[in-house]
Design a protein around this ligand. Structure first.
Ligand code: NAD
Length: 443
């Protein structure tokens, strides 16, 4: 099948590579010309495990090509996937201007039947808006071309995006056109486990499904973080509590890790967008979702509060080592990362920062531009002369600690573990002082 992917970011690139690898002829468009130039030379601009290898394979066999020429991209694909960003507007709603601009471009140049697929995360009613945008332009062009707009929300997670796309739990298709649904089923048939994991519904339900799924996951994270904070106050251990509740088959263990809050390109903005759309479109306040956001905003401050308390508020000239900058492991994505709140606050209180991340340093330098941060090439260099180390992202590299090295390299061997990744029994009886989340301090 001939496919065009509009927007070659995290979602667009992963979708493009996976569709190309399953035998389709895929052309990727992006308005960012430098990104397209790099991609055409086989330079993959984001870090995602396995992506580069699979992309290069399909670039080589010419099933995956790139362009910044809109007309060419519209002519190419019978199916046009819109995978552009939908950033958060100031009022919390999702900004769908990039989506509508992509739709206008399709309508300006299309000359035969097309299926237009909204893969971007968009508010309820966006499929209708895309359809209207295309209709108006086609009418102006005096053309009577058949097209249909399908909603196909994406559930991949950065860090495991290829696996999520190639072996999805489910594929959701929102469409009121049976033949388009069939085309989508054919396109995804190599990826879906069985007929139950292909879920067809109306476009509005599909659009709401995406926001509801992310909001539920955000609620679980905020729930366990609130129980973790309670555990600290009453002397319980959140890891034990998690074992106790997660083993219930009705509950399960996923998204029940206590930590320093969620970030990323999706949860914060999707939760805000759901709140906004429910208020605007239905006059309804989503109270649980508001609570999840409030708890998360507090949780993103929890490491700062612990550090400040430990040093009695005297952070001036304290050197703090930060392990992990990306919002989660196996990605270089820094969007809404808890490290941003923490580092900015520490610097504002006079602390000096050493920072290390296995993949996100380049992106961090862009995000923290102008801030006096010493970026280090490995986790041990980062520890040298530090008064404390803070684990903000749970990269595998940080799970195994060398107690002797920590004691030798640091000024004060104090660890703040914002992800509870260190086995606390290995700390017992050493000179290290250990501050986890929702568990007793070891000192
Ligand atoms: P991104 O910012 O990484 O990529 C978007 C790309 O679209 C950019 O390269 C941009 O230059 C390009 N673009 C913007 N307007 C364009 C246009 N008119 N024509 C062509 N290209 C255009 O974004 P992303 O993280 O891939 O997210 C895309 C969408 O998918 C968002 O709605 C997001 O919420 C959703 N989503 C993201 C994830 C994730 O983990 N990143 C997961 C599921 C869903």
């Amino acid at each position: 099948m001939k496919i065009t992917i509009i927007g070659s970011g995290y979602v667009g690139l992963v979708a493009a590579v996976c569709f190309a690898d399953s035998g389709n002829d895929v052309l990727c468009l992006d308005v960012n010309k430098s990104r397209i130039r790099k991609l055409s030379q086989g330079i993959i601009p984001i870090y995602e495990p396995g992506l580069e290898e699979l992309a290069l394979k399909n670039i080589k066999n010419k099933r995956l090509t790139f362009t910044s020429n809109i007309k060419k991209s519209v002519e190419h694909g019978d199916v046009q996937f819109i995978c552009v960003g939908t950033p958060q507007s100031e009022d919390g709603s999702a900004d769908i201007n990039y989506v509508l601009s992509a739709a206008s471009n399709i309508a300006k140049y299309m000359s035969r039947n097309k299926i237009i697929v909204n893969k971007s995360t968009v508010p309820v009613g966006s499929a209708g808006k895309v359809s209207k945008t295309i209709k108006e332009i086609l009418e102006k062009r005096n053309l009577n071309i058949k097209y249909s707009v399908v909603s196909n929300p994406e559930f991949l997670r950065e860090g495991t995006a290829l696996k999520d796309f190639l072996y999805p739990d489910r594929v959701v298709i929102g469409s009121s056109d049976k033949s388009s649904t069939k085309v989508m089923k054919d396109l995804y048939k190599k990826f879906i486990k069985n007929s139950k994991s292909f879920i067809a519904m109306d476009p509005i339900s599909a659009e709401l499904t995406k926001y509801a799924a992310n909001s539920l996951l955000a609620c679980r994270i905020s729930f366990i973080n609130e129980i973790a904070n309670l555990s600290e106050l009453i002397g319980a251990d959140i890891e034990e509590v998690k074992r106790g509740i997660g083993s219930d088959s009705r509950i399960g263990n996923s998204f029940l890790n206590a930590g320093c809050g969620y970030g990323g390109s999706c949860f914060p903005k999707d939760v805000a967008a759901l709140q906004k759309l429910s208020k605007d479109q239905a006059g309804m306040d989503l109270k649980i979702i508001k609570a999840a956001t409030d708890v998360n905003n507090n949780q993103k401050n929890i490491l700062y509060k612990k550090i400040s308390k430990r040093f009695s508020g005297r952070l001036k000239n304290k050197r703090i080592a930060v392990w992990g900058l990306s919002f989660k492991p196996n990605t270089d994505d820094m969007r809404e990362a808890p490290s941003i709140d923490l580092i900015t606050k520490l610097i504002s209180k006079g602390a000096s920062i050493n920072a290390y991340d296995p993949e996100a340093t380049k992106e961090a330098k862009r995000v923290f531009k102008g801030l006096p941060i010493k970026y280090k090439n490995n986790k041990n260099d980062c520890l040298k002369g530090a008064d404390a180390v803070v684990i903000v992202t749970e990269w595998d590299d940080f799970k195994d600690i060398d107690i002797e090295k920590i004691i030798h390299l640091m000024n004060n061997p104090i660890i703040f573990d914002g992800r509870n990744i260190i086995n606390s029994t290995s700390i017992n009886g050493t000179l290290i002082e250990y501050h986890p989340i929702g568990k007793p301090v070891i000192a």
